[in-house]
Design a protein around this ligand. Structure first.
Ligand SMILES: Cc1cc2nc3c(=O)[nH]c(=O)nc-3n(C[C@H](O)[C@H](O)[C@H](O)COP(=O)(O)OP(=O)(O)OC[C@H]3O[C@@H](n4cnc5c(N)ncnc54)[C@H](O)[C@@H]3O)c2cc1C
Ligand code: SF4
Length: 303
């Protein structure tokens, strides 16, 4: 614990949000991160709790409390405060394969569980500390491709390039198995790519990680619909093991009068069409479902 009185002296400060008038000009992320010295001060607010609820990752009453990855949060908060960024990267990636994704899209159960939040009303900025660490890791070169030193001779096919498939592939590759990912879509990432909009997760963040995975020896086969244009039997014969990481694409439909009318879309189909058209052609291809000039009713208040 770098600064025992930090939580009493320093107010919680988070990134700035661009004004809505500016945000609607594009689809980009709209949080402007703190400066390094401001972020370091936020690290000082961590109380290094004897029982750090932030990293507990426990099921309480059927719901998760604290970080499900058991990230070593008090350790890296302190290292952020001390400006020991390389060590902070080391401690962050000890438990988290893809902190550049979680620090952007995770709902931050750590902050909801943070003792400092209970004591002062304002939890430690764990999520933005994480983002500052991982972005430092990329900028400094501390995060880079590290291919396994030896190969086991075993081969694995992973079906699905969402976060589950990418994590499985990464861990198996690190153990020296030869991993090939088969993905139905034209880009990897699963719902990270075609569900979560750019304003939360810009897609170059995914591309940056994919380059590392490829440099570490993972192969990607895109537009490969296993059970469709790629046969499951063929994969079973070719690989020592097959891992299914296919996600849960099926939307929950409703049966209501008028359901068959035009202009009704499932959210993920809508989001996919917008992101794909944006990435492919900056909307020039006209393939995005457009709601311009329409009144829109959204059913469902989740993400
Ligand atoms: C709109 C939206 C917003 C979200 N926002 C957040 C958020 O902010 N924070 C958060 O933590 N979570 C969020 N989530 C949830 C998160 O995206 C999912 O929990 C996560 O992506 C699940 O990962 P997965 O790898 O299991 O599945 P998916 O991401 O669905 O990936 C599965 C992959 O398998 C591929 N696949 C399936 N079948 C086959 C086949 N037969 N052959 C080849 N490939 C196949 C699919 O094309 C897909 O790419 C959001 C979800 C949605 C829909
Ligand atoms: S619960 Fe909050 S104050 Fe305590 S160690 Fe975790 S981040 Fe720091």
């Amino acid at each position: 614990m770098g600064k025992p009185t930090g939580f009493m002296e320093i107010k919680r400060q988070t990134s700035m949000e661009l004004p809505p008038e500016e945000r609607i000009q594009n689809f980009n992320e709209f949080h402007v991160p703190l400066h390094t010295d401001e972020q370091q001060a936020q690290g000082a607010r961590c109380m290094d709790c004897g029982v750090p609820f932030c990293q507990s990752g426990m099921l309480l009453g059927g719901m998760f409390s604290g970080c499900p990855l058991n990230n070593l949060i008090p350790e890296w908060n302190d290292l952020v405060y001390q400006g020991k960024w390389d060590l902070a990267v080391h401690r962050l990636i000890a438990t988290n394969r893809y902190p550049e994704f979680t620090s952007r899209v995770c709902p931050a159960l750590c902050e909801a569980a943070c003792t400092c939040g209970m004591a002062t009303g304002d939890p430690v900025t764990v999520k933005e500390n994480e983002r500052a660490i991982v972005e430092y890791g990329y900028e400094s070169g501390a995060i880079h491709a590290v291919p396994p030193p030896a190969r086991t001779g075993k081969t694995v096919a992973v079906i699905g390039a969402g976060p589950a498939g990418l994590s499985v592939a990464d861990l198996l590759n690190k153990r020296g198995h030869k991993v090939t990912i088969y993905e139905r879509e034209d880009r990897p990432g699963g719902l990270l790519m075609y569900g979560i909009p750019n304003m939360k997760l810009e897609k170059w963040v995914i591309d940056r990680r994919m380059k590392i995975l490829q440099d570490e020896g993972i192969e990607f086969v895109m537009n490969a619909d296993v059970g469709g244009n790629v046969s499951a039997e063929e994969l079973q014969a070719k690989y020592d093991a097959v891992v299914l990481c296919c996600g849960a694409k099926q939307a929950r439909d409703i049966t209501a009068p008028g359901r068959d009318a035009q202009g009704i879309y499932f959210a993920v189909d809508y989001l996919t069409s917008v992101t794909r058209s944006l990435l492919d052609s900056d909307f020039a291809d006209g393939k995005a479902v457009s709601a311009a000039g329409k009144k829109v009713l959204v059913i469902g208040g989740g993400d």
